[in-house]
Design a protein around this ligand. Sequence first.
Ligand code: GDP
Ligand code: IMO
Ligand code: MG
Length: 420
Amino acid sequence: MVDILLGLQWGDEGKGKIVDFLAPQYDMVARFQGGPNAGHTIIVGGKKIVLHTIPSGILHPRLINLIGNGVVLDPVTFKMECERLQATGLDVHKNLYISKKAHLILPTHKVLDAASENSKGSLKIGSTLKGIGPTYMDKTGRNGLRVGDFLTSQFQDKYNQLKQKHLSLIKLYEYDFTVEEQEKQWFEAIEFMKGFQIVDGEYFINEQLAAGKKILAEGAQGSMLDIDFGTYPFVTSSNTISASACTGLGISPRQIGEIIGITKAYCTRVGSGPFPTELLEETGDTIRKEGNEFGSTTGRPRRCGWIDLVALKYAIMLNGVTQLVITKADVLNNFATISLCTSYSVDGVVSAQVPYDLTDAEVLPVYQNMNGWMSDLTNCKTKNNLPASLLEVVENISTFTDVKIKCLSTGPDREQLVIW
Ligand code: GDP
Ligand code: IMO
Ligand code: MG
């Protein structure tokens, strides 16, 4: 069976940490969408690793890791990630597989991303500028280059053709750029990639399933950034919800088992777009400081706010979440009061639903306040050791969303976790 683990907010919920923790229970971890816009942090024994393209099971040598067809892959970032992992003594060549059908991010995709954002002025998405949108546009526009293409003799021709198309598009933006140096690195990285196991991902994963292997599909971004159901147009360019695991890996919905959804005990968002519970004053700054809320991919400060149970319930519905993980509870250790948004006031009308348009409507959060726990969680290793007020907040979230809790994360390290 394939379990899916994914973020229920606007990304950065702590997916990397939880995948790494759960990985020993599986035989394979597979990424199914997104690309190097993701930054998944794993901290083991105080040492930090940030993964952008490579699945977060990679630190466990027994596991197979698969980059699925739904992923968009930048060879240069991929090479850099591999080299960093190799420097820690890991042999990534052994247990990392790449689907032939994953699409390649070209240097000019990144230029197009930047030119497009630049042209939007104050309406910019706040993209990570990793070329994600333009690459998915070429995929659906049926112009894309795929990993399997670099194994063919027409690769250079196909590259040149797509690059030419990009150059004429960039002209429309009147955007200054150079790509010569990036192209050199890109082709070097393509040669590097040839040393990996490039597979027909859909056959590969189904063979693993037929052999009884247990697979964890690792989502990137979060449900509120989903291209269909997120806060459009301030979203990413892929489907980030559980359904995407099937198309992004080539597996049937009948293979799906548990759906593990991750939420922070509060909420963050990086980039532009609506965020009903955002705290623009001191409380938001305190959360940012306590939670070290700066982007893993771009270093940008993350916008911070209270947990939004309306959006969370919506994400749980879209994904069919069966188990909930709450992370970063420790960040709220010093708050006397914890607020939870339980409904919205949309243009003056109270609603329990996420409205069609969060951008132009006036969406104000309605809060339930609960007592904070005002204590350190370092020594809380079991549920029984947790402060009563924290248990009440967690049970309240579980009751409100009607999903059972799987675990509570109390710090960034692999070991800092309380199982329910
Ligand atoms: P991802 O994109 O969902 O994998 O999340 P990121 O890695 O971008 O951001 C999560 C950040 O929170 C990382 O810096 C993690 O090391 C850190 N983190 C994860 N879980 C916890 C936790 O329970 N407490 C604290 N304080 N930090 C955590
Ligand atoms: P992980 O997997 C947080 C945001 C960007 C921007 C919008 C579109 O680490 O949770 P894009 O580069 O996709 O065109 O950007 O989506 N974004 C993320 N925010 N975590 C991520 O990934 C994100 N990936 C994209 O900040 O607002
Ligand atoms: Mg992240």
